[in-house]
Design a protein around this ligand. Structure first.
Ligand SMILES: *Cc1c(COP(=O)(O)O)cnc(C)c1O
Length: 383
């Protein structure tokens, strides 16, 4: 499709091109000095002690679960209104995912009260997801975790550059995971980053990321080690120097790009609030600084979503929805008892949610086209 307004768009320039060429010409292509520099820059940017670049955020989440020792017989509480990778990372370890509802129609993050209600003797951890880069209620969630001796993992795939009370999202819990997939706020094509302040967890992650080996090819190349032992069943979750080089350039552009996303969202909110009666605009409250990853809206109950999206499509406007609730997928159906009641808000929101186009270089004309198309579609797709 040739969209007039795509859902998202990447911003790659000569800086990334130069960085990639630099790596190709350097003769060292996989995890080495460039990756190390990228990790150090993420540490500085997020204010955290350890960062591990990996080949995607799903791998980071899996490593987080493994480092925390999750496995069969354990339960992990997570939202259902998220990308399926959040839950899959838990399931890879053999632990059971226990879904908890979101706060409200106005804040689509996991609800602390619902977390509390889902805790059993088997609960070992909570995995939160900062929807669209808006903060979960971390002070309250950490309080609950402490009271019940639970670990906290942050799926911060949407949230690079976001913060709460001045502290970066992804650095509140035991481990945080960022995604640099092609449609995220900063990208390395495929890529992710795990951050933690905990030295023990960091040591585990470092070994599990690379086959459970005690030294890396890079260490041996530098003459720091000549052999290795294998001390855990690890994985190959490494990133390469080409992606890390792109990531370093993208990180420099991130604050400006996120600020631009914020301006676009503010303009959307102001105009839609006056022109699109009945359209729900979540995340209106003040709570930290988002990364403004996506712009979700909620259709009034009388509007047919498929019809609404089709009208926007006819106008050349691409939309999406975030997300089909994970508990409704076939492989998670057995994880859920009484979803109608326990995940009522998740289902109520998910059936009406639409994501409108948002990217830093979006023009005012493009935004105006989205808005006029939304106003028209609300009338035409309503009953
Ligand atoms: C994108 C995303 C992931 C997975 O990221 P990858 O880097 O593609 O593995 C996980 N969780 C959420 C909420 C995401 O949006």
């Amino acid at each position: 499709m040739d969209w007039k307004v795509p859902l998202a768009d990447v911003q790659l320039g000569v800086e990334e091109e130069r960085a990639v060429l630099g790596v190709l010409r350097s003769g060292w292509l996989t995890m080495g000095a460039v990756t190390q520099a990228f990790e150090e820059e993420i540490c500085a940017f997020t204010g955290t002690k350890h960062a591990f670049a990996v080949n995607n955020a799903t791998a980071a989440l899996h490593l987080a679960c493994l480092a925390l020792g999750l496995g069969p017989g354990d339960e992990v509480i997570a939202p259902s209104l998220t990308f399926v990778a959040t839950a899959n990372a838990i399931k890879y370890t053999g632990a059971k995912v226990v879904f908890a509802d979101i706060e409200s129609e106005d804040w689509l993050c996991i609800c602390p009260e619902a977390i509390k209600a889902a805790i059993t003797e088997k609960t070992k951890a909570i995995m939160v997801m900062h929807y669209a880069g808006y903060a979960c209620d971390m002070p309250e969630i950490l309080r609950i975790a402490k009271e019940h001796n639970l670990s906290v993992i942050e799926d911060a795939a949407h949230a690079i550059g976001a913060s709460l009370d001045g502290k970066a999202l992804g650095t509140w819990g035991d481990i945080g995971c960022y995604s640099f997939f092609g449609n995220k706020n900063m990208t390395t094509a495929e890529g992710g980053m795990l951050v933690t302040d905990n030295d023990d967890l960091a040591a585990k992650v470092k070994i599990l990321r690379s086959h459970g080996m005690t030294s890396l090819t890079w260490d041996r190349h530098q003459g720091h080690a000549s052999s290795y032992d294998v001390v855990a069943l690890g994985y190959n979750y490494r990133i390469d120097e080409i992606r890390s080089a792109i990531g370093r350039e993208q990180l420099k552009k991130l604050p400006g790009a996120n600020a631009r996303r914020k301006e676009i969202i503010q303009r959307y909110r102001t105009i839609l609030a006056s022109k699109a009666a009945g359209l729900g605009l979540p995340f209106g409250a003040e709570r930290g600084e988002s990364s403004y990853h996506i712009f979700p809206v909620l259709l009034p109950e009388n509007v047919n979503r498929a019809k609404f999206r089709e009208i926007l499509k006819q106008d050349g406007v691409q939309t999406s929805f975030h997300y089909p609730p994970v508990h409704q997928f076939e492989i998670y159906r057995d994880s859920t008892v009484n979803a109608n009641e326990l995940l009522w808000m998740t289902e109520h929101v998910a059936s009406r949610q639409v994501t409108l186009p948002l990217f830093p270089q979006m023009s005012e004309d493009q935004q105006d086209l989205v808005i006029s198309s939304v106003v028209k579609a609300l009338e035409e797709a309503g009953s």
